[in-house]
Design a protein around this ligand. Structure first.
Ligand SMILES: C[S@@+](CC[C@H](N)C(=O)[O-])C[C@H]1O[C@@H](n2cnc3c(N)ncnc32)[C@H](O)[C@@H]1O
Length: 276
């Protein structure tokens, strides 16, 4: 299959590189990405390549964005990608979580090993928000708990909650790809999860722990629905936003009768533990 490689350069990679990946992958047909020192390389099937989409993306981007597209030599890109996709080892306050693809070697020197089929969905533990949330799921009591994972992506957090003894774990995502990938990953790890396609309007029941690693605006809009299914004394774990947005999320949680128990920060990203 023929692919096009587009090399993007920008003055400030910071949060802008993630923003670009989000646009190219979610609004466009780009399949894989490699971070570079001053930007990003993004890959799209030649048949799906649309110069007008790139032009519109660059025009709407908050910074000057330069890009150059070139056709790539035809070879087995899956095999190439696998060579460059590394497993992730997350060190938490209570043990290590090793998140690997099926083609990575099995390890016996870790506390939890999770197999994730790396496809289009988010949640391979390479992103700081996933790593911080894995930390919370590893550190907090999960035994016998009813857990909801909103925006489950690959279901990596739901799988760890189940491995840690949660009695019932529900994973919900609005994205069809994520839903299908989550089902595949639950099976690959031999854990029993209830997985559903949907958003916060579809929630019902009660949970001891609600996890949501999504983004600032969706968390602010949907927190009331999360709080409604969280039992008294239950824990809400939030991530997917920058440290600068912590205040807005904590204020919303306070309004809904929840208080901050702890927070984590990595590379400008934040995760919050809130108690109802
Ligand atoms: C940042 S990823 C997190 C994936 C995984 N939970 C993790 O921690 O790595 C956010 C996920 O939320 C999903 N999502 C976006 N908006 C949503 C919404 N309103 N309700 C539920 N899921 C949503 C996306 O499809 C995506 O899979």
């Amino acid at each position: 299959m023929k692919y096009i490689e587009v090399t993007f350069t920008m003055d400030d990679t910071g949060v802008f590189r993630d923003m670009l990946v989000d646009t190219l992958g979610n609004e466009g047909p780009y399949e894989s990405f490699v971070e570079t020192k001053d930007g990003l390389k993004a890959y799209v099937q030649a048949a799906e390549y649309d110069p007008a989409f790139l032009k519109a993306t660059a025009q709407a981007f908050p910074l000057p964005l330069k890009y150059e597209a070139k056709e790539m030599e035809d070879k087995d890109w899956n095999a190439e990608w696998e060579k460059n996709h590394e497993a992730a080892l997350v060190r938490t306050g209570k043990g290590t979580v090793y998140v690997r693809a099926p083609f990575h070697p099995h390890r016996t020197d870790v506390d939890y090993e999770i197999i994730i089929e790396p496809k289009m969905s988010f949640g391979t533990a390479h992103h700081p928000t996933t790593a911080m949330m894995l930390g919370y799921v590893a550190e907090l009591e999960m035994n016998g708990k009813r857990v909801l994972d909103m925006g489950c992506g690959t279901a990596v957090l739901a799988i760890l909650a189940k491995m840690r003894g949660a009695s019932y774990v529900e994973g919900v995502d609005v994205d069809e790809w994520a839903y299908r990938n989550a089902r595949e990953n639950a099976a690959a790890n031999g854990v029993d999860l209830t997985l559903r396609l949907g958003d916060a309007t579809t929630l019902s029941g009660t949970f001891d722990v609600v996890i949501a690693n999504i983004n600032r605006n969706i968390l602010l809009a949907d927190m009331e629905r999360y709080a409604a299914v969280l039992c008294q004394g239950g824990t809400l774990l939030l991530s997917g936003f920058y440290r600068a947005d912590e205040g807005a999320l904590i204020a919303k949680a306070n309004e809904l009768g929840m208080t901050l128990a702890s927070n984590k920060n990595t590379d400008g990203w934040s995760a919050l533990e809130l108690r109802k």
